[in-house]
Design a protein around this ligand. Structure first.
Ligand code: PMP
Length: 417
């Protein structure tokens, strides 16, 4: 492993070397069967036992209540942009088959960055021709930013939820923009801190009195820290390729009332739902109604076992907090010297997982990236749509590795001033 770079990639991302070694052995012989994990039937008792264990490791560490199912799917976050709309519209149609005069089915979207915008766009495309369906932008954080950018979570006073929506969507961590719903940081309290509750997301403003159709995209923060108010969610989903596994696996946590008969709903006028996107189809088939991404599930299970052995989610939360605090501190130091410019304040929704900043001055960004490369640190270039630097600090990026980045950031600031 000495030839391995320190990988700050936003996804697919670093995986623990010990798990990669285990997975290598499993490719040749899975669970003593003499058959490799990529070659064994997904219905074999050995794989089914592994799948059950993987589910249990998620349930235990996230404290998933018995009201919610854990499901394994394919199609990534993008597949879920469509699946959440189709399944929750079907649910709404089954609950309210006919609309009274002037009644609508409203889909609420909270916009905090490019992934929530992409989710909205998919919803627009899927519902454009449907009568009685309307999309509502609950809040658009960009419109509230003095920089006209997705660079903070919105103040709670700016949210405009619908009274009785069929779906409420938010992206918990915006991977590209580096914006996450977090409580204000003690090391850098935001001016808005009084307005941001324990979680940063305004759960207290949501419509009350019924099961919430609340959907959260956790693609880039799943298993990095506990999920606040998990039980209040209808659907939580995450592409596994950041914190958990290779690409190809999508992990879902779906409340039982969202496992609806999509074929029956289609007969009542809801959009038809392909089986692979139907939550009920997945749940009835125990996540293996068709061939699942066996190898990705295998690595996910190994990663989750390792997590548990290292102290579980709370231990990872503590390490992840220290990691991001170190990087934000180094950004602030560089800001004071005019070398860095933070893009998202640590206490204003600055992501724990994807920290973004700019290196100020002609050619300075290239110098920064070159120096990082020479020290074995890779994939620090920001997303092409926003530029600058992005350091993704997922679970498999070790604290010592982040310390090396911080040390290099300080050296760089010294060299530039
Ligand atoms: N949502 C978020 C928050 C993401 O980070 C990504 C991918 N980076 C997606 C959705 C899209 O996921 P996928 O590429 O798995 O379709």
């Amino acid at each position: 492993t000495s030839t391995r770079s320190i990988n700050f990639s936003a996804g697919p991302s670093a995986l623990p070397p010990s798990v990669l070694a285990e997975a290598t052995a499993g490719l040749l012989d899975f669970a003593g069967t003499g058959i490799g994990i990529a070659e064994i039937s997904h219905r074999s008792k050995e794989f089914m036992a592994f799948l059950d264990e993987t589910e249990a490791l998620i349930r235990e560490q996230l404290q998933v209540p018995s009201t919610h199912r854990v499901l394994f799917a394919q199609g990534g976050g993008t597949g879920q942009f469509a699946a959440v709309v189709l399944n929750l519209l079907a649910r709404d149609v089954l609950v309210r088959p006919t609309l009274a005069e002037g009644e609508e089915r409203v889909l609420d979207y909270v916009l905090t960055g490019s992934w929530s915008k992409a989710a909205l766009k998919e919803a627009q495309q899927l519902t454009a021709a449907l009568p009685g369906v309307r999309l509502n932008t609950v809040v658009d954080a960009k419109a509230l930013s003095p920089n006209n950018a997705y660079d903070r979570t919105p103040p709670h006073s700016a949210y405009n939820f619908s009274a009785d929506p069929a779906l409420i969507f938010y992206c918990e961590n915006e991977t590209v923009n580096g914006v996450q719903f977090s409580k204000a940081s003690e090391s850098d309290p935001s001016p808005d801190a009084a307005d941001i509750d324990e979680t940063g997301f305004p759960f207290h403003l949501l419509p009350k009195g019924k099961l919430l159709p609340l959907v959260a995209d956790y693609s880039s923060s799943f298993m990095s820290r506990p999920i606040p108010r998990l039980a209040d969610h209808a659907v939580i989903y995450a592409g596994a390729q950041k914190n958990i596994a290779p690409a190809g696996l999508t992990i879902l946590i779906v409340r039982e009332d969202c496992l609806v008969d999509t074929a029956a709903a289609a007969l009542l006028g809801a959009p038809p739902v392909p089986s692979v996107l139907s939550y009920k189809y997945l749940a009835d088939g125990k996540s293996v109604p068709n061939t699942p991404p066996v190898f990705s599930i295998y690595v996910a299970g190994l990663v989750l076992r390792r997590m548990k052995a290292l102290g579980g989610l709370e231990a990872f939360e503590a390490v992840n907090r220290r990691k991001k605090e170190g990087v934000y501190r180094a950004i602030r130091e560089g800001e004071e010297r005019g070398v860095f410019r933070g893009k998202v304040g640590e206490g204003e929704g600055g992501s724990w997982m994807n920290v973004v900043w700019e290196v100020v001055g002609d050619g300075a960004e290239e110098r920064f990236l070159k120096g990082a490369g020479e020290r074995g640190m890779k994939s620090l270039k920001g997303h092409r749509s926003v530029g600058g630097i992005r350091a993704s600090l997922y679970n498999a990026v070790e604290e010592e590795e982040v310390a090396k980045l911080v040390e290099y950031m300080r050296e760089f600031v010294e060299a530039e001033t």
